[in-house]
Design a protein around this ligand. Structure first.
Ligand SMILES: [Ca+2]
Ligand SMILES: [Ca+2]
Ligand SMILES: [Ca+2]
Length: 455
């Protein structure tokens, strides 16, 4: 299923459009672009400014830092056009694929060539250009769906991002999209303290809300926790550079980052006075916490909830139920060697997928294996997986309502910490205490729904 359509619906972007009419337009004409609109700088591989969703003057300025040194806007790679469509695509070629802030305007810096390569020095120059020309183009946000491996949050790229934020430009940066055997896969400049560093989740249309296994994980050795926030980034449909009316599906934290940039554009349309600090506070306070309680190195503050964000900015609550809620075993438990632990959950709706995330957050995560088995109410084994890497997602559509059992066991010489999180867009019941012999299920008003006695 193409996902921009689902994402716009389940994460509440459509509800925001309907209720508040926010698009990122500030000059009073959504079909015309100027420096009065919310302006976002996209530092990437360029842009196809002839695409129906991105044309008619949306690109206020273009600069090519690559050897080709073009003067007209272009994209010979596709990454930048895809990212730009998620932020700002008008959806003229297909309304379902409209970007988050179709009324916003863009400043585009091409730093990557046709192969997606380019020296970091060019990225640094492009960010410095944005700082120098912030007031000329009214640049509010820089979108950096880019990254290079680093463990140093004070490398030159992180430093210039920190500087841009100090100068009043909000910087949204990708956490990175490389599946790793270890934690500490967040890249530079996602490591920058002042950045809003974005990891990836699948949305509820893609098998439940779960952390994408590729999503950059933060290092336990850096004093500030990264990433900061997660947003949809799995199978996202956006503008295809190769045509002027087509779309293409891509996945990555590169796709999650422009989602956040777009939401910030909507916030700034509603209140242009918001500062970087205020924006961060509102974004983070309104996340759905996943994984270990509080900010963690996998989800950051959690999964962004744009409706709650806009409600807070506008001081107006609407009746909207997000598809991004979840329930689960939101804690870390310790598995001792050869120990087996059982967990139970109840499913009341078989129309929606369920996703189970297992993360080994500890520093020795790679030193042991974990096995997970899932049984349905008839004790029929429906999943049996070995978890070797630090992160495993199990996603399935349940065949029957009722009680399900998860059995986790550690093998080898030692156990360790495992964090488990269960999400679905449908179920509102959750388990109170997995260690009780009797398990009670509550709805969100904590009214008891069902009580099971575990054999
Ligand atoms: Ca406008
Ligand atoms: Ca157009
Ligand atoms: Ca958390």
């Amino acid at each position: 299923m193409p996902c921009m359509e689902v994402t716009n619906e389940t994460t509440g972007i459509n509800a925001i459009r309907k209720e508040w009419g926010l698009t990122g337009d500030r000059d009073g004409n959504t079909n015309q672009y100027s420096t009065e609109d919310i302006v976002i700088a996209v530092i990437d591989s360029g842009i196809n400014a002839n695409h129906q969703d991105l044309d008619e003057g949306k690109v206020l300025f273009f600069k090519d830092w690559t050897k080709r040194n073009g003067t007209e806007a272009y994209d010979d790679n596709g990454h930048g056009t895809h990212v730009s469509g998620i932020i700002s695509g008008t959806g003229e070629a297909n309304k379902n694929n409209q970007g988050i802030a179709p009324g916003s305007a863009l400043v585009v810096h091409k730093v990557y060539d046709s192969k997606g390569n380019g020296p970091m020095s060019n990225v640094i120059k492009a960010i410095q250009w944005c700082i120098d020309n912030k007031d000329v183009y009214n640049i509010k946000v820089i979108n950096l769906s880019i990254g290079t491996p680093s463990q140093n949050p004070n490398d030159p790229l992180c430093k210039i991002v920190n500087k841009a934020v100090r100068k009043g430009i909000i910087c949204c940066v990708a956490a990175g999209s490389k599946e790793s055997f270890f934690n500490a896969s967040v890249m530079s400049p996602g490591l920058a303290k002042n950045a809003i560093t974005v990891g990836s989740v699948a949305d509820s249309g893609k098998g439940g809300v779960y952390l994408a296994t590729f999503s950059g994980k933060g290092s336990p050795y850096i004093s500030h926790i990264k990433p900061d926030v997660c947003a949809p980034g799995v199978n996202i449909n956006s503008t295809d550079y190769a045509t002027n009316d087509g779309y293409i599906v891509q996945s990555g934290s590169s796709m999650s980052t422009p989602y956040v940039s777009g939401v910030i554009a909507l916030m700034l349309e509603a209140n242009p006075e918001l500062t970087d600090k205020e924006i961060k506070k509102i974004l983070y306070e309104n996340c759905e916490d996943f994984g270990p309680t509080g900010k963690d190195t996998n989800y950051g503050h959690g999964v962004l909830n744009p409706v709650k964000v806009i409600e807070m900015v506008t001081n107006k609550d609407i009746d909207y139920e997000t598809g991004v809620h979840h329930f689960g075993f939101n804690y870390i438990f310790n598995l001792k060697k050869k120990e087996v632990k059982n967990h139970y959950f109840y499913i009341d709706d078989i129309s929606k997928p369920i996703a189970i995330n297992l993360l080994k957050p500890s520093k020795n995560a790679y030193s042991y294996f974990t096995y997970i088995k899932i049984y349905d109410g008839d004790n029929k084994l429906i999943e049996n997986k070995q978890i070797v890497l630090m992160h495993k997602v199990i996603s399935f559509i349940p065949e029957k309502v009722g009680l399900y059992k998860i059995t986790l066991s550690a093998a080898g010489y030692m156990g360790g910490d495992v964090s488990m999180d269960i999400s679905t867009s449908a179920n509102k019941v959750y388990q109170q205490d997995p260690r009780k012999v009797s398990v009670e299920f509550y709805n969100q008003d904590t009214a008891i729904i069902k009580k099971y006695t575990i054999p």
